[in-house]
Design a protein around this ligand. Structure first.
Ligand code: SF4
Ligand code: SF4
Length: 189
């Protein structure tokens, strides 16, 4: 059977969508694997960053959004700093997270994406993270109201947790950044 691949079918493939979102040229990756060797979670995931890049090159579709690294990645930027070709691999991971949420991938239904939303919501509202607001939002999203509450007094005593949001943050600027970069529901800007 002959399979016809039309321009319409290929031009908005996952690789293209990631390129548009991350603003990086993935074609220059030559698989040196420096990104994977520096990744702090690389040894614990099925597909470390270099493999994600390779799979994107080879035309992987939305199944790539189910890769464990998409949500295990801690955005430490080590991969981007180590890449000899200057590819912002961490931005690629960000793009994959955005697409996973937009497309309703199974990987986006766990607790990590919920934490991600609580974190970003806190930064958007207060200009930087506000511990109590973020914890409340996360617990509400996960219905884990009593989990880890025994640690709260100790964290409070050691001043590891702020009861009030910071009033020093430039909330207006941060809100403007969110407004400028936010994509409309369901996809493209
Ligand atoms: S470090 Fe850069 S060039 Fe090397 S495999 Fe990773 S993305 Fe590709
Ligand atoms: S940003 Fe993510 S993928 Fe890159 S090194 Fe850090 S954890 Fe690994």
């Amino acid at each position: 059977m002959t399979m016809r691949i039309t321009k319409e079918k290929t031009e908005r493939g996952l690789l293209q969508q990631v390129k548009e979102l991350a603003g990086v040229d993935l074609r220059v990756c030559f698989q040196c694997k420096k990104c994977s060797s520096g990744c702090p979670v690389g040894d614990w995931v099925e597909s470390p960053p270099a493999q994600i890049m390779r799979r994107l090159h080879l035309g992987a579709g939305d199944e790539l959004l189910e890769s464990d690294l998409v949500w295990v990645c801690v955005s430490c930027q080590t991969c981007s700093a180590r890449c000899p070709m200057g590819i912002d691999v961490a931005a690629v991971m960000d793009a994959l997270r955005t697409l996973a949420l937009e497309k309703g991938a199974d990987s986006a239904r766990g607790t990590v994406p919920k934490f991600n939303r609580a974190f970003l919501g806190s930064v958007r509202r207060y200009g930087r993270t506000y511990d109590m607001g973020m914890i409340a939002s996360y617990k509400f999203r996960t219905f884990s109201f009593m989990k880890d509450t025994d640690k709260f007094p100790q964290m409070l005593k050691k001043r590891k947790i702020a009861l009030l949001p910071s009033f020093k943050a430039d909330r207006k600027t941060v809100k403007r950044i969110f407004k400028t970069t936010q994509r409309p529901k369901g996809g493209q800007k």
